[in-house]
Ligand binder design. Structure first.
Ligand SMILES: [Ca+2]
Ligand SMILES: [Ca+2]
Length: 436
């Protein structure tokens, strides 16, 4: 009997804690909603994302056309997305949109954008959604989503239904916050008609992916990796994508064994991943995976990772697995405590891989590949003293960097610009930053 009494009391306490938890959550929402913004205005800031002066700055989208739909409520937003005509622009007013369910863009040339241009003020929130996915794309080309935030969803934030043919999607200047599997997910493309359907020419640019904390089991009880099934961008069969000028902060699994901030696999071709800032993510860039299926021989072909800053990535800074003719050039990876010695990791087949002029600040790299990889001009040593602010991921070079500046190898195909889009001189500096 005593046991059952204790159980009852424990349950009652749990209910009380749950009520208190809900109250605390409501209080925090209310507090957040009444935050005073930097410009002194009250009531617009719903979240306060990590921001540093040196992060990439998004160019403004073109002025919206006169023929547009303006929405300011959840109902209007859902109706506008689901009834959109091809070519339509949907302008979303500043506000906090608690979505009851998943919605999809299904027609060509739609633009869905925040009206103010302040992405942190237009928050599409899945916290009350009945579905585990937030905003999808199906059978559409030339769609743009920009200047807004998505947050709080169990599985996928931006879901690209790439088995239906989604081409030239642009995700521009968005915040992707507390998404517990994939911020951007592109699914498998079936073999029938794959060449026509595979997602081509998409761009993810000037976005901020960040989570407030590592994933917990409660975020996703079905997690197939004990809380480590998490990544920023995960796409398969991508072709001709550009993933550039994004910032990723804290994309971490429960035991810090998550997937890449950027994870490209399954016959991904001709993609460029450049000028991204990756801070405290379990894996920085992941080109490929040990798991193969569907007769896929290579996960990545002719993909390039260049001019990225990666700080503290305990599983791997950049990892390549089953790749062909890829290039990992002019990246700066800083992890002086790298527990696995994997600032750079090459695994299984990496035919024709070029690894050049990377600044690898930490204890080691791991070449587990059976391919002949061309390593040239890389520098491996703790370069903490050469960086502007390594604690916060600013790996720009300071004047104390004599062994780095002008010490890169001359490459047959030189990388013309650095992470700041500054012109590299004829004696390239090692790493992502050319010091001008
Ligand atoms: Ca130079
Ligand atoms: Ca520079």
């Amino acid at each position: 009997m005593a046991g059952s009494y204790v159980t009852f009391r424990a349950l009652r306490n749990a209910a009380k804690i749950a009520r208190l938890g809900l109250f605390a959550a409501l209080l925090s929402v209310w507090l957040a909603a009444t935050t005073v913004a930097a410009d002194g205005s009250v009531g617009t800031a719903i979240l306060s994302p990590p921001q540093q002066a040196w992060f990439p700055k998004a160019p403004a989208l073109p002025a919206p056309p006169d023929d547009r739909v303006e929405v300011s409520t959840v109902e209007e937003l859902i109706r506008a997305i689901e009834n959109a005509r091809p070519g339509q622009t949907i302008l979303v007013a500043d506000g906090h949109y608690r979505m009851p369910r998943y919605v999809e863009i299904r027609v060509d040339r739609v633009t869905l954008r925040g009206a103010s241009g302040h992405r942190e003020r237009v928050v599409i929130d899945g916290v009350q959604s009945m579905h585990g996915e937030l905003l999808g794309f199906r059978g559409c080309s030339d769609v743009t989503v920009g200047d807004l935030t998505i947050q709080n969803i169990r599985y996928n934030g931006f879901k690209i239904n790439s088995d239906s043919g989604v081409q030239r999607l642009t995700i521009h200047n968005c915040i992707i916050h507390n998404i517990w599997q994939r911020g951007v997910k592109g699914v498998k493309v079936p073999p029938e008609n794959r060449e026509a359907l595979r997602p081509k020419g998409c761009r993810v640019q000037y976005c901020l992916f960040y989570n407030d904390r590592p994933k917990r089991l409660a975020d996703d009880p079905q997690d197939i990796a004990q809380g480590n099934y998490i990544a920023g961008i995960d796409v398969m069969y991508a072709t001709g994508w550009t993933i550039c000028d994004n910032v990723f902060v804290g994309i971490q699994g429960r035991t810090f064994e998550g997937r890449g901030a950027v994870f490209l696999w399954f016959d991904t071709q001709d993609c460029v991943v450049e000028r991204n800032i990756i801070i405290d993510c379990d894996v920085g860039l992941q080109l490929g995976n040990a798991h193969r299926a569907d007769n896929v021989q290579y996960h990545c072909l002719r993909c390039v990772a260049r001019n990225n800053f990666i700080t503290r990535a305990p599983e791997a800074g950049i990892v390549t697995v089953y790749t062909k003719d890829c290039a990992v050039v002019h990246n700066t990876i800083h992890d002086p405590d790298s527990r696995m010695g994997r600032l750079l990791r090459t695994v299984f087949t990496n035919d024709g891989l070029l690894v050049a002029n990377n600044l690898l600040s930490g204890p080691g790299t791991s070449n587990e590949s059976d391919s002949e990889i061309r390593f040239v001009g890389n520098l491996l040593r703790d370069a903490s003293g050469a960086f502007a602010d390594p604690a916060h991921g600013d790996l720009h070079l300071t004047q104390a960097a004599d062994e780095i500046i002008d010490q890169g190898a001359a490459l047959p195909a030189p990388v013309g610009e650095d992470i700041d889009r500054q012109h590299r001189d004829s004696q390239p500096d090692i790493g992502a930053d050319e010091r001008i």
